[in-house]
Write a protein that binds this ligand. Structure first.
Ligand code: ADP
Ligand code: MG
Length: 223
């Protein structure tokens, strides 16, 4: 029990009367890297949004560390669980200001923020880019800034929606390395979505396969 981070029971989600998610039972353990694999429309993003406390399921129960979500402080939960969206939104300012944003919200001091922003940018291979305007970035660079913005928060749980889509081959390995390193260094639980089975097997401890809103297989293993 103590090792279960999320516990899902009889969860459904409907959009305009159409069922997008139907999960009778699913558990996520602390400290693991999960890949959620499936074709477009499988319900991957919907599931991540529910785990990020951004979307309230139509029915069912979501427990986080044994507590029913919605009954207690969701602000605190959002500090622990960070989602990186598939198409991240950056503020139209500098790269550095975007990465610093969440740290400022958390009230960290200037020196710590500066250090963490530098670390974050270095981690995603964007050193020296802090003063650049986000308008000058490529799609792949936007994605890496969004990852840096999440990494610097050192969240307990990192939810990554298609983190490797539209990232050029040269940076795929870098980002894979960061995701794994993060998990090993901080014990961060990671759930990422992908439609690339090979990538999923290389990156994760556990594989959850989805189709039409349902879990098809939840495998444990090594590849
Ligand atoms: N905001 C929305 N409004 C209506 N339908 C949606 C919305 N978001 C997703 N859906 C539908 O829910 C289903 C699951 O979508 P999604 O969770 O985005 O799947 P995936 O991320 O696996 O591609 C799809 O049929 C999709 O069309
Ligand atoms: Mg999606």
């Amino acid at each position: 029990m103590g090792n279960i981070l999320f516990d899902i029971k009889d969860l459904t989600h409907y959009y305009n009367g159409l069922k997008a998610l139907d999960i009778p039972s699913l558990q996520f353990e602390k400290g693991k890297v999960y890949s959620i694999v499936g074709p477009n429309g499988a319900g991957k993003t919907t599931l991540l949004h529910i785990l990020a406390f951004l979307l309230k399921p139509t029915s069912g129960v979501l427990l986080y560390e044994g507590n029913e979500v919605g009954r207690h402080d969701s602000r605190r939960l959002r500090m622990e669980v960070t989602l990186v969206e598939q198409n991240p939104y950056l503020f139209s300012t500098t790269v550095g200001a975007n990465v610093a944003y969440g740290l400022k919200l958390r009230g960290l001091d200037k020196e710590t923020i500066k250090k963490r922003v530098e670390e974050g940018l270095r981690a995603v291979g964007l050193t020296e880019m802090g003063n650049k305007s986000v308008r000058e970035l490529s799609g792949g660079e936007v994605k890496r800034v969004a990852l840096a913005r999440a990494f610097v928060l050192k969240p307990k749980v990192l939810l990554l929606d298609e983190p490797l889509a539209h990232v050029d081959v040269g940076h795929t390995k870098v980002i894979e390395g960061i995701i794994k390193g993060f998990n090993q260094l901080y014990g961060t639980t990671v759930m990422l979505t992908t439609h690339d089975l090979l990538q999923a097997t290389q990156l994760s401890d556990r594989l959850i396969s989805m189709r039409e809103g349902r879990i098809v297989t939840a495998k444990e293993g090594r590849w």
